[in-house]
Design a protein around this ligand. Structure first.
Ligand code: WTA
Length: 650
């Protein structure tokens, strides 16, 4: 149990120079929840405002009077905060270090001055192409500096960016373009991942041919690998040609604190992915403040967050947080096992990385390769390690701490979500004793609570559903185009609170242990996939009558995807159809949604009202048929026996 779990006390040497000590944490946390206006008003001063806010928090979770507004009368521009204000003292400092896929390709160092110029040129180019404040721009790029340039250029002119992860397939791009009505797409000829090439431009071409994806007027194409691609004139324009000759000065748009900064699509329990909308002032204040505190940021740090900009971690802790703090952020196009499984550690040595932030799935995969690939590198530059995206098992935590960090570096296990904009539950490295597997304690202003399924608040050591009792500046403001869905999804389940969708345990020391999703979201290698999305991809295949998808425990990925498939009458199962269906899902959604297991199901367990009993399917997938529980409410209990038999025979 947690109480017996080993504790790693705060390292005294680390604490001696840390930004936030144990006493600071207690004092500031108390202030942050008792006097949020005073606390967050002070935090806002870390940003440069065109008009400083006089209002701080204006929030009500009461459904009759619902609102979430922070710094509502303030005006600022996010790109100015990330770039212009760094120029005076940090103009020559590296804003970005780019490590290409192939270690033989030279790395690039991009100063704040150069990044500012590139952003201004693209901002001007976008304006010339008719992009105005409030227009949506879709970014579908590899992890290259131009991805950061594209995001910040949008922010500069007040366009709302929607970054789509390069691993998504044309249908997923089309859905996202359609939902927000993007006028322009920024992509590249190809992306590189190890020895593989990702046909980004071809995917965009296919997406824009799909029904409904017709809002796009222009496609800007970055020449990255130099591959031959189709250019469709006049729609398609080379990025280089469009920015060439643009001025390196670009007037930043004045944005209200509550004006949208970006949309990021994420999976929920039902329907298509939703466009999580973040606004400018609160988001930026929260991303930069958490980045500084959680990573104990210093001026000479070299900081590397391995997340792709296609995910929220890449947004908040790859781009906006670090750049707003004037930090040096490393971006890496490749993968952890190319050219070999020592690559992460080699990159750390090569660029003298001090702060390293990655996902448990990567740690588990590298752990399997043993210590030698780690120990062949120095890693002496490292002073702090972080994880995010899914629960980290204590064994992987200890390996990260002992082997990667040589027992010297605190590990910050940071819990948060696309919706939260920034880290909510986390250790502060100079203040919090660590317990492997626990995200520990709430960040300033964050009020977590546990409720049972009836919404009853649970006190003390307990396990339940994780809710948040109050707002923080980085909270999402809406689901793009569907504010009602926002309210219904997050604020109706347990009235008066924000429901996270996660289960959680709190131990006697008040430490939080996230146990995973309690809804129909599967967390595969730290990537969220809705079971409904995979099901709808499967049933769009002509031979599939019905499908039910659940998550199951997976050694490397945390959770894997398990699909039960019922074929239309007259079709028979077989290896070829199996391969076909897996390929179909990859084509419809993208490789990240690849089912790990696909089981033929002559029938699915349903209630008499026709609802699929996923609880039962999850237990069968886990191969725990003795834990099926009550099956008496099923329309046809014999279905279960045949599924169990089939599962066992696999
Ligand atoms: C899970 C990623 C345990 C959780 C920033 C959450 C975690 C979902 C942790 C959000 C962690 C994230 N420990 N679980 N440290 N961090 N999660 O939106 O289930 O991609 O709800 O945001 O990941 O995933 P998302």
């Amino acid at each position: 149990m947690s109480e017996a779990a080993p504790v790693y006390p705060v390292d005294a040497r680390f604490a001696a120079q840390a930004r936030i000590t144990r006493d600071d944490y207690e004092r500031l946390y108390a202030e942050s929840v008792e006097q949020p206006d005073a606390f967050w008003g002070r935090v806002a001063q870390r940003l440069d405002w065109m008009r400083p806010p006089t209002q701080v928090k204006d929030v009500s979770y009461d459904l009759a009077d619902f609102r979430i507004r922070w710094y509502a009368d303030g005006e600022l521009n996010a790109s100015v905060n990330c770039l212009d204000r760094q120029l005076e003292t940090r103009g020559d400092k590296a804003a970005l270090i780019f490590e290409p896929d192939d270690p033989a390709t030279p790395a690039q160092r991009i100063s704040y001055r150069e990044l500012h110029e590139r952003v201004c040129r693209l901002g001007n180019a976008l304006r010339n192409l008719g992009i105005c404040k409030g227009d949506r721009v879709t970014i579908y790029l590899p992890m290259i500096p131009d991805a950061v340039v594209a995001m910040l250029a949008c922010a500069r002119i007040g366009a709302v960016h929607s970054v789509v992860f390069g691993g998504f397939a044309p249908q997923s791009i089309a859905d996202r373009v359609k939902d927000c009505g993007s006028k322009l797409v920024i992509t590249a000829d190809e992306g590189l991942r190890g020895t593989k090439r990702v046909p980004l431009k071809a995917n965009v071409d296919a997406a824009l041919k799909m029904p409904g994806a017709n809002s796009v007027e222009t496609v800007l194409v970055v020449r990255h690998t130099g591959a031959a691609i189709d250019m469709q004139m006049p729609r398609d324009r080379w990025f280089d040609a469009v920015v060439a000759g643009q001025s390196a000065q670009c007037e930043p748009e004045r944005m209200n604190a509550e004006d949208p900064l970006f949309i990021l699509y994420t999976s929920g329990s039902t329907g298509k992915p939703k466009g999580v909308l973040h606004t400018t002032g609160g988001y930026l204040a929260y991303a930069s403040y958490t980045h500084e505190c959680v990573f104990d940021l210093r001026e000479d740090d070299v900081y590397w967050c391995t997340a792709d900009v296609g995910w929220v971690t890449g947004h908040s802790y790859g781009v906006y947080g670090p750049l707003a703090n004037g930090a040096t952020s490393l971006i890496f196009e490749g993968v952890p096992n190319y050219p070999d499984v020592s690559r992460f550690w080699q990159v750390i040595d090569k660029h003298q990385v001090t702060l390293f932030y990655t996902a448990p799935t990567a740690i588990r995969a590298l752990m399997r390769e043993g210590e030698a690939p780690v120990k062949s590198t120095s890693r002496a530059s490292l002073r702090l390690l972080g994880t995010v995206g899914e629960p980290i098992n204590p064994e992987a935590w200890r390996w990260y701490f002992d082997v990667v960090g040589d027992g010297r570096c605190p590990v910050v296990d940071t819990w948060w979500q696309t919706e939260t904009g920034g880290i909510l539950i986390t250790p502060l490295p100079g203040a919090t004793d660590l317990k492997p597997g626990s995200a520990t304690k709430p960040f300033f202003g964050v009020r977590p609570a546990l409720v049972d399924t009836n919404g009853q608040l649970l006190e003390g050591a307990a396990e339940g559903n994780l809710v948040l009792l109050d707002s923080w500046p980085g909270q999402m403001r809406s689901v793009y185009g569907d504010h009602q869905r926002f309210i219904d999804t997050y604020f109706r389940t347990y009235p008066g609170t924000y429901f996270t969708g996660d289960g959680c345990r709190r131990d006697a020391d008040g430490y939080y242990w996230i146990t995973g999703r309690v809804d129909d979201v599967i967390n595969v290698s730290g990537h969220r996939i809705g079971t409904a999305e995979v099901e709808s991809a499967l049933v769009s295949h002509p031979k599939v009558a019905e499908a039910a998808v659940v998550g199951f425990p997976h050694d490397l990925k945390g959770q894997g995807i398990y699909a039960y498939v019922t074929l239309v009458a007259g079709e028979s199962p077989g290896d070829e159809l199996h391969r076909d269906l897996v390929a179909h899902v990859r084509k419809e959604i993208g490789p990240i949604a690849t089912p790990d297991h696909l089981q033929w199901a002559p029938g699915l367990p349903k209630t008499r009202s026709g609802k699929i009993m996923r609880r039962i399917l999850r237990k069968i997938a886990e191969d725990a048929p003795d834990q099926l529980g009550d099956t008496s409410t099923l329309a046809d209990p014999s279905v279960v026996e045949s599924l169990v038999r089939e599962r066992r025979g696999r």
